[in-house]
Design a protein around this ligand. Structure first.
Ligand code: FUB
Length: 415
């Protein structure tokens, strides 16, 4: 069994005390901006015709004290933040949530997003710009519905937006769109990336200049439709509990950045004994939200465990793996989905994430939050973060504690 050593609360509290202070200050600023925005909306209501149903009120947000960091002070719902530093500035490529009115189900039909807007900021905690629509579903010839979690990359002064969307047959594919600026606009390629399937692309640039895409997602993300290597949508089942879990996929990008240079391969995740993580191991198995980063000589593949709601990670020595499961980076947040990115900004490493604080738990109305600095232990493992102090975690979702930091606790690495 992993996770034998529990975290100690006092050490966690002392490690996060300064962050709380910073967060408290930024929270008040953010809450003031948000409330001021809401107030403005209510000041001059048009007189409603008597017969017309009242517009649903903006949901009241959850108590800010329950959260380690606060929502970015912006007035759109946003989720799945893929952060990058381009030209010294922080850009976030999020999903753009909205209320489609579609009832919630296990396939995520309520996540019916139809465009992307990029966010940017000069520094962590600084003001955030919400850029105009960077890509609209109506400008993607092959797309039908559900623009889910995107990512972006830069190469030779061009910017590439990668996005999962269902095609006209209802099959998730991954598209590429090209632009001249990090915030877009982006022009979609006429077809989805050949041999792409499923969702949640994350593109990683290795230190040797090669780019790799990681992708895949269970349930509504359709990865199970490809488990035989062929497209078998009639078989929606997951592997039996005692068989290997479905792996995320990896493919090196071609030089033109809009094609794969190779057929996608499995990205193996194994336990501390080198044994494959099993399908029934919902605490550790990959579900969605791939992300890759490199710190010192180690590659870190991090991902959401879906119905156990953590961001977990595995370490390896090559962008293709294999990866050894190490533990939890981010404990469950308020809301069903947990989705993140990890990026270095000015010599410090941050996790960007989302939750449903602003909508007080409406799963498809999420908000990207102020990022949290992560701390590496001397052996390269990452100290786990608990960013939500409330009780509204879906039943059975709380993950076991991740391994504790070696004693004495190592100082945070600067880069
Ligand atoms: O935003 C839609 C989907 O929800 C994403 O693609 C998943 O990662 C989950 O966050």
């Amino acid at each position: 069994m992993l996770f034998l050593a529990p975290r100690t609360l006092p050490s966690k509290e002392s490690a996060t005390m300064q962050r709380h202070l910073f967060v408290a200050i930024t929270s008040i600023a953010a809450a003031t901006t948000f409330l001021a925005g809401c107030g403005k909306k209510e000041e001059a209501p048009a007189p409603a015709p008597v017969a017309e149903a009242p517009k649903p009120a903006e949901p009241a947000g959850a108590d800010p004290k329950l959260f380690l960091t606060q929502p970015l002070a912006i007035d759109i719902y946003s989720a799945d933040p893929s952060a990058h530093v381009f030209n010294g500035k922080i850009y976030i490529y999020p999903s753009h949530d909205f209320d489609s009115g579609i009832p919630s189900d296990d396939l995520g039909n309520q996540y019916a997003m139809k465009d992307y807007q990029v966010l940017s900021m000069d520094s962590i905690g600084g003001p955030v710009t919400v850029h105009p629509v960077a890509l609209d579903i109506k400008d993607v010839a092959w797309a039908k519905e559900k623009m889910w979690a995107p990512d972006a990359a830069e190469k030779d002064g061009k910017y590439y937006l990668y996005f999962p969307v269902k095609d006209k047959e209802g099959v998730f594919r991954i598209g590429a769109a090209v632009g001249d600026a990090p915030e877009g606009p982006f022009k979609a390629q006429p077809e989805a990336i050949k041999n792409s399937f499923s969702m949640d692309p994350a593109v990683f640039k290795d230190s040797d200049g090669k780019y790799y895409m990681y992708f895949g997602g269970l349930w509504g993300g359709q990865l199970q439709h490809w488990k035989t290597g062929k497209h078998t949508p009639q078989d929606d089942s997951q592997p039996p509990d005692d068989k290997p879990a479905l792996y995320p996929k990896v493919a090196r990008m071609a030089d033109n950045m809009v094609e794969f240079a190779e057929k996608p391969k499995d990205l193996k995740i194994v336990d501390e004994n080198g044994k494959t993580i099993l399908s029934g191991d919902h605490v550790r198995r990959f579900f969605e939200a791939s992300w890759m980063h490199k710190y010192k000589d180690n590659y870190y593949f991090s991902y959401s465990t879906g119905d156990t709601h953590t961001i977990s990670y595995a370490m390896g020595k090559s962008p293709y793996g294999p990866f050894t499961y190490k533990g939890v980076i981010l404990q469950p947040v308020l809301g069903w989905t947990n989705h993140h990115s990890i990026v270095e900004v000015d010599g410090k490493w941050y996790i960007f994430y989302h939750d449903t604080q602003r909508s007080n738990g409406v799963n498809h109305l999420r908000n990207v939050k102020q990022p949290i600095e992560i701390t590496y232990n001397e052996d390269g493992t990452i100290q786990p973060i608990d960013a939500y102090f409330g009780d509204d975690i879906p039943p059975g979702s709380k993950a076991p504690e991740a391994p504790a930091a070696p004693e004495p606790a190592a100082a945070p690495a600067a880069n």
